[in-house]
Every structure is written in C-alpha cells, then in structure tokens.
Design a binder for this molecule. Sequence first.
Ligand SMILES: [Zn+2]
Length: 262
Amino acid sequence: MVMKERGVSKTKVQELFVLDGGSIELDKSSLTFGHNQGVRIRVPIPIYLIKTEEGYILYDTGWSPDLVPLLGALGYNPQISEDQVLPKCLEKVGVSAKDIKKVIISHLHVDHAGGLAFFPNAEIIVQKDEYSYAFRPHSFGALAYNLADFNHPSFNWNIIDGDKVIMPGLSVVLANGHTPGTQALVIDLPETGVFIICSDCCYTSQNLTEEVIPGIVWNPVLALHSIKKLKTLGELLGGQVLPNHDIDFWNNSLKKSPESYK
Ligand SMILES: [Zn+2]
C-alpha cells in the first residue's frame, strides 16, 4: 500500500483585500434569531477581493446601485456612496472589473449578488441549490432576492454541488441553512494563515460564540449545523472564523482596503 504524503499543496492565494460596500440599518433580530427585537443596528456590506497566482477573484459583489434609492424608501437608511459601488472599490486598489476572472457568490441575496452585472465575462461560481431556489423562493424569503441581479442565463455560470477546491489555498464549503445554497470560503494566506469567511451563515460574532442562528433563515436546523461546521473547520485548520455583517468586528478587528492581508 502506498501512503499518501501528509499536508496540503502550497497555496496559490497571494493577498486578500476587504472592500467596503457601504452599510444599511436592520433590526438586530434579523441577525440573531429571537434576540434584540426592536434594536436597530448598522450592518456593513463587505466584499472580498482575492489576488491569486491565477488572477483576481471576488467573493460576493454587494448591492446593486439601482436598489439604493429603494433601500432608503423602505427605511434601511443606506450609506452607500458612489465610491462604494464595486468598480470604484476595485479601482482604489488598482484593479479593473475586467481583471476579475472568477466571482464566487456566497448566495444570491440582494446584498451579495447585486454587482454581478459588472462581470458579464467572469466565471460565476454558485451552488446548484442556491441558483434554483433563487428563481422560486418561498414567500418568507422572497424579499431578499432580486431577480434582476442574477436572471442572466448568458452569464458564465459554474453551478457546483457541494464543497469544492477552487485552487490550492482556496475552497468553498457548503454552509447552508440561511439559504439552501449558502457557501463559505476557506482561504489560506501565505503569511496570515487560514481564514474561514462565513458569509451569512454567521452574520455576527454572537452567531458564532453563542451558536445563535441568523434571524433571516430558510432552515434553522441546517443553519445551526453549518455554524458548528465552520467553527470546527476553524479549529481543525487553526484558522480564524470571520463573521460577515458585524459592525464591531468591522470597525475594530478587520483590515479594510487599501490595507490587505498577505
Ligand atoms: Zn443573506
């Protein structure tokens, strides 16, 4: 019997930039199921730009600029300036939209898929269960999807089913429950080490530490299992698990573009 050598291949990831896609206000109970109803909280919209040996990759794309006036009218108090629209965020770190080779979409909610139209030629990696659900969501989840963001069959979709290594040092893992096909990102940075970027599987640190499921949820049992899965992965890999919409974490613990993680 031939024993396989231990260890993983050398990472092809070179650098991670966290781009500022603006912010909106939500009821805190939207983030943490059954907690803090009536408490308003500002929610940052991060977009992740990954520089790799095979080109630039995005994880999520923020809001569509077309929806910002509607967000205001609905009382979400958006703070999304023209400078925070995705091509402008990219420009600030010397990257143009046409440099983006792949877009990994954590899920197709409006604050994640709204910038897809800026990348009509990029490969767009999405989970099969997310893609099919987004066209026909249940009534309780429909408001979070905007068909115009993703109803483009001509886009270069790469529809995958479950966990997948994108390249050495960069993988997606299914973290569903918030939606049917939410996928988290596991990224191995050459100096910083491993990050597990949760997307909306874990909005805030409270979702992680207290294992509270998101307030916006499709399947609560799967959502809880996914939180535990990402925490376990973090421990196994010695990595840091990053919540996605946590204003305190954003303000105090996260390096934002033009700074970067190497
Ligand atoms: Zn979401």
